[in-house]
Design a protein around this ligand. Structure first.
Ligand SMILES: Cc1cc2nc3c(=O)[nH]c(=O)nc-3n(C[C@H](O)[C@H](O)[C@H](O)COP(=O)(O)OP(=O)(O)OC[C@H]3O[C@@H](n4cnc5c(N)ncnc54)[C@H](O)[C@@H]3O)c2cc1C
Ligand SMILES: NC(=O)c1ccc[n+]([C@@H]2O[C@H](COP(=O)([O-])OP(=O)(O)OC[C@H]3O[C@@H](n4cnc5c(N)ncnc54)[C@H](O)[C@@H]3O)[C@@H](O)[C@H]2O)c1
Length: 494
């Protein structure tokens, strides 16, 4: 291995050749590198900040560490005999300390050790493409390292918050996901712009941690606009019950801090109204980290998403050497799905490098079929949302015929045992021609752990007739599967 021996970091001012060069050491880049190294290919990973990426330090890990005490507390307050014991507010200092630990105190030593253990070299610094198979890295010591890839360059540079083009926005010093997950105290008043997953999760967390939260959600799509409408409605209802001021159809037209730089943020809305807060979080979607990546040297446009085929080759670049995996390809912006892509990309790069056959049939080892058929997602709010596969809207939009089976989770014996006055809903979409489940949405306390059963049903294309033999334990919430089958049977009889 071409390293300085101690940290696995390549020394600057040099040129090195590897089989595979991976740019970006988030969860996806790490997993691609692990898989190509396991395939016997000499692999180097280039990382400009912290190994582990957005997910480990400013997204999944810290946000879930903030949310777990909130959701567990909400559940506990619905359990007779326990509610009195957990009635008080959260211990904010303890929650933030827990968040710090689960974010490894923003240090990546463990990741560096792991990378070394899977025999992948690390070059720290900002990487850029410099023509076919070439990557140049600006290293922290001011030098450069040129890396040449014999087989593949993989871009796994992820995303940043997409901020709207509001005049004066930078002067307001808005929160992005980074501040929202790493803040050291709860602002007195927090405005959250957006109605997607980041917005509902962070509004849930900071309201419980003591902020007065106002959500400004533009348009008519409501909350969680990509999911079944009842998901956003139920989460919105619970946010309001928790004290969040959820304003739908509210568009921001201007932002400014009073008294110059340090006063409160004054937010002007399209209807002329204003909201004043201490901080403002923009949870307005993601932009690819490709603006300063040398894309122009290989005929691509800086700032664009990298469109790939189902084996993760960038479609607009000839020669079969440039791959893109994870958020940056815009297929499914979630860590688990990016890691799935990484496993497949690593395997296909290995197969192509060795001249082995590539199995790119649907559900084959070298093709990311689940990206289009079965993307699972959990929204860690109270109530939780867990979904996989199609929604009713997507089925309609694509002209796919589906039977829609709804079930009120509160009727289950397992739900009654779980918490008092359980409120939840399931929707299962069934392809009537093939008799298989093609989409599932659960909303309710504790539904996150039901999601894998739904994912197996969708990816396994298990016939509904066979699901009758998959017996859920009594009294658990998983009995929803039995009730859905009974409801479907009755629907078909009617
Ligand atoms: C608040 C929030 C919460 C989330 N919660 C969840 C969740 O609970 N579950 C879930 O599945 N997903 C969640 N996500 C989504 C998840 O964070 C992303 O899908 C995931 O991080 C994508 O991984 P990635 O490796 O593609 O990119 P990233 O994690 O963004 O990593 C990219 C890496 O590339 C590096 N890099 C970029 N450009 C260069 C360059 N030119 N040179 C060198 N290095 C470079 C960056 O420093 C970074 O380390 C959340 C997102 C947000 C914003
Ligand atoms: N638990 C999880 O799995 C999890 C948690 C957080 C984030 N993520 C992923 O991270 C990605 C980013 O999440 P997100 O919530 O930032 O994006 P999103 O695309 O889910 O939601 C963006 C929201 O911002 C609104 N918006 C966009 N531009 C706007 C503007 N100019 N003004 C006002 N509102 C605007 C949209 O209407 C939408 O409501 C998502 O793909 C999500 O899946 C996953």
């Amino acid at each position: 291995m071409q390293t300085d021996g101690m940290t696995g970091q390549a020394m600057s001012g040099t040129s090195r050749e590897y089989d595979v060069v991976v740019i970006g050491g988030g969860p996806v880049g790490e997993n691609v590198a692990d898989r190509t190294s396991a395939a016997g290919l000499a692999t180097v990973l280039v990382e400009g900040e912290l190994l582990g990426g957005e997910c480990s330090f400013w997204a999944c890990e810290p946000s879930k560490a903030l949310l777990r005490p909130v959701v567990a507390g909400a559940d506990a307050r619905r359990i007779p005999g326990l509610k009195g014991a957990v009635g008080g507010p959260l211990d904010v200092a303890e929650v933030l300390a827990h968040r710090d630990r689960l974010s490894a105190n923003w240090k990546d030593d463990d990741q560096v050790e792991w990378l070394d253990s899977v025999s992948v070299d690390l070059v720290r610094g900002h990487g850029r493409l410099d023509g076919p198979r070439q990557v140049v890295v600006d290293t922290p010591d001011g030098g450069t390292v040129r890396l040449t890839a014999r087989h593949a360059v993989v871009v796994a540079t992820g995303t940043t918050t997409r901020l709207p083009g509001l005049p004066g926005l930078a002067e307001v010093r808005p929160w992005t996901n980074r501040e929202a997950t790493s803040a050291r105290e709860a602002p007195g008043r927090l405005v959250v712009v957006g109605g997607g997953v980041v917005a509902v999760e962070m509004a849930t967390a900071w309201q419980a941690l003591g902020s007065e939260v106002t959500m400004l959600v533009r348009g008519s799509g409501g909350l969680l606009p990509r999911m079944e409408p009842f998901a956003g409605e139920m989460v919105g209802g619970a946010l309001r019950d928790a004290g969040v001021d959820v304003r739908l159809g509210a568009s921001v037209t201007a932002v400014a801090r009073d008294d110059g730089r340090d006063g409160p943020v004054r937010v002007t809305l399209a209807d002329g109204g204003t909201v004043v807060a201490d901080e403002i979080l923009f949870a307005t979607g993601r932009a690819p980290r490709t603006a300063d990546l040398g894309l122009e040297t290989v005929g691509l446009t800086p700032g664009d998403w990298l469109t790939v085929d189902d084996t993760f080759l960038v479609t607009a670049v000839a020669g079969g050497w440039l791959y893109a995996a994870g958020d940056v390809n815009h297929r499914a912006l979630m860590t688990h799905q990016g890691k799935y892509q990484a496993r497949i990309a690593g395997a296909v790069i290995g197969a192509r490098a060795k001249g082995e056959p590539v199995d790119d049939r649907r559900w084959g080892a070298h093709v990311a079929t689940a990206d289009t058929e079965a993307v699972p997602q959990v929204v860690f709010t109270d109530p939780e949302v867990a979904s996989v596969g199609l929604t009713t809207r997507e089925a309609e939009a694509t002209g796919r015929r589906v039977d829609v089976v709804d079930y009120d989770l509160g009727r289950l014996a397992g739900a009654v045992q779980y918490v008092e006055d359980y409120r939840g809903k399931a929707r299962v979409l069934i392809d009537p021609d093939r008799g298989t489940v093609v989409g599932v949405t659960f909303v309710g306390p504790g539904v996150q752990e039901l999601l894998y059963s739904a994912t197996v049903a969708v990816t396994g294309e298990i016939p509904v007739d066979r699901l009758w033999h998959a017996v859920p334990a009594f009294p658990t919430i998983s009995e929803v599967w039995l009730r859905v089958l009974e409801t479907y049977r009755d629907m078909r009889k009617a």
